[in-house]
Design a protein around this ligand. Structure first.
Ligand code: PIR
Ligand code: CA
Length: 325
C-alpha cells in the first residue's frame, strides 16, 4: 500500500522537485498539495504549485494556505523572500504550463484537517517543506489530527547551522512560533534539516543523468537545477545546489535513504541572535524525553536513483497518455 501524504509547499525549485518525486514514486500517494507563503508571496507560490502539479499530471487536491506568519513580521525580499535564490516568480527558469485544475475552495489548514480526519488513523503523513504556518493552524483548528496522523516529516531546521541566519534555517525563521508549536506537539516530527539536505547536492554528474532521461520533464528539472545552481553558487558560494525539500519525501519513501537519530528538538523563539534556531539535544543534556527523529546521513546514490526513477516514470505515463489520446 502506497503511503498517503499531504505536501505543504512554497515552490520554490526544490519544492517543485519534491512534488515531482512524490508524484512519480509508486510508494507514495500524493493526496493533497497545500501552499504557504515562504520562498515567495502566497499568490506566487500557489500558482507555482498548480503549474508544477499540471506539469506532472497530478490528481492531488490543491488548496491555498497562509499568507502571513502567525506572530512575526513576514520576512521580506530584503532579508529573504528568497527572491535571490528562486527568482521573482518563486520558480524562475523554464516555461511551465498554465494550471489545468481549479483550487479547492477550502483554506489549506481546513483541507489538512478534513483529509486527516476522513482517513484512517495513522494513514496520512504530513510533509511540510515550507514555513509551518498551515500545520500549526490545522493543529489548532482540530487538535485530534495530532494523534491521527502517522507523523510529520518536514524539511526545516538544522543542528549545526542555519541558512537564513547563522542559527536559523529559512523555513523555521519564516514562522518560528508556528514551528515551535509543531515541534512541541505530541506527534512524531522527523526533522530533515540542513545538515542532511546539504548532502543532497545536484552535481554535474547528477544533472547529466537527469538530462539523459530525455523527456520534456527531465529537461525542465535539469533547467531548474541550472537556475537553482546558479543562485546557489552566486549567493551562497556553494558549488552545487542542495535539493532540500525532496529529501523529506525521500525519507517517507525509503527510510534507508535518509538515516535518522533520536533527539530532543525545541525551537528558540526568544533569542535575539538565535531566533528560529532548532536546538537539538542528541545526548539528553536537557533531561527532556527524545521527541523527535533528526536526519543525519543521506544515501547519496539512493536519493538520486529515486529522483531519476520518478522523472522516468512520469515520462512513461505521459507518453502512454499521449498515444492513447
Ligand atoms: C532554499 C530555501 C530558502 C532559501 C534558500 N537560500 C534556499 C527554501 C527551500 O525551498 C527549502 O524548503 C528551505 N527553504 C531551505 O532552507
Ligand atoms: Ca520549500
Amino acid at each position: 500500500m502506497p503511503r498517503k501524504i499531504i505536501l505543504d509547499v512554497d515552490p520554490g525549485h526544490d519544492d517543485a522537485i519534491a512534488i515531482v518525486l512524490a508524484e512519480g514514486n509508486p510508494e507514495i500517494d500524493l493526496v493533497a498539495i497545500t501552499s504557504v507563503a515562504g520562498n515567495q508571496t502566497l499568490p506566487k507560490v500557489t500558482y507555482n504549485a498548480m503549474r508544477v502539479a499540471t506539469l506532472v499530471g497530478s490528481q492531488a487536491t490543491i488548496a491555498r494556505g497562509a499568507e502571513f506568519p502567525l506572530m512575526r513580521k513576514q520576512l521580506t525580499d530584503h532579508d529573504i523572500i528568497a527572491g535571490s535564490v528562486h527568482g521573482v516568480s518563486g520558480l524562475d527558469g523554464p516555461v511551465l504550463p498554465e494550471p489545468s485544475m481549479e483550487l479547492d475552495p477550502r483554506h489549506a489548514a481546513q483541507l489538512i484537517v478534513d483529509v486527516v480526519m476522513e482517513h484512517e488513523p495513522q494513514e496520512i503523513t504530513l510533509v511540510p517543506t515550507g514555513p509551518l504556518t498551515n500545520i500549526a493552524l490545522a493543529m489548532r483548528l482540530e487538535p485530534k489530527i495530532v494523534e491521527r496522523v502517522r507523523g510529520v516529516v518536514l524539511m526545516g531546521g538544522g543542528y549545526t547551522q542555519g541558512n537564513a541566519t547563522p542559527a536559523a534555517e529559512f523555513n523555521i525563521l519564516a514562522d518560528p512560533e508556528a514551528a515551535a508549536a509543531v515541534f512541541a506537539a505530541e506527534w512524531q516530527v522527523t526533522m530533515v534539516g540542513l545538515d542532511l539536505t546539504h548532502q543532497a547536492v545536484a552535481t554535474p554528474e547528477v544533472k547529466e543523468r537527469i538530462r539523459a532521461i530525455g523527456t520534456p520533464l527531465s529537461q525542465t528539472v535539469a533547467e531548474w537545477l541550472d537556475f537553482f545552481g546558479g543562485t546557489y553558487s552566486s549567493v551562497w558560494k556553494m558549488p552545487y545546489p542542495p535539493i532540500h525539500d525532496a529529501c523529506a519525501v525521500a525519507r517517507v519513501i525509503n527510510p534507508d535513504v535518509v538515516h535518522v537519530e533520536e533527539a530532543f528538538v525545541v525551537v528558540e523563539t526568544q533569542g535575539k541572535w538565535t531566533y528560529g534556531e532548532t536546538v537539538t539535544d542528541f545526548l539528553g543534556a536537557f533531561g527532556e524525553p527524545f521527541n523527535n527523529l533528526v536526519a543525519t546521513k543521506l544515501h547519496f546514490e539512493g536519493f538520486w536513483d529515486l529522483i531519476v526513477d520518478a522523472i522516468t516514470r512520469i515520462g512513461e505515463r505521459q507518453a502512454q497518455q499521449s498515444t492513447s489520446a
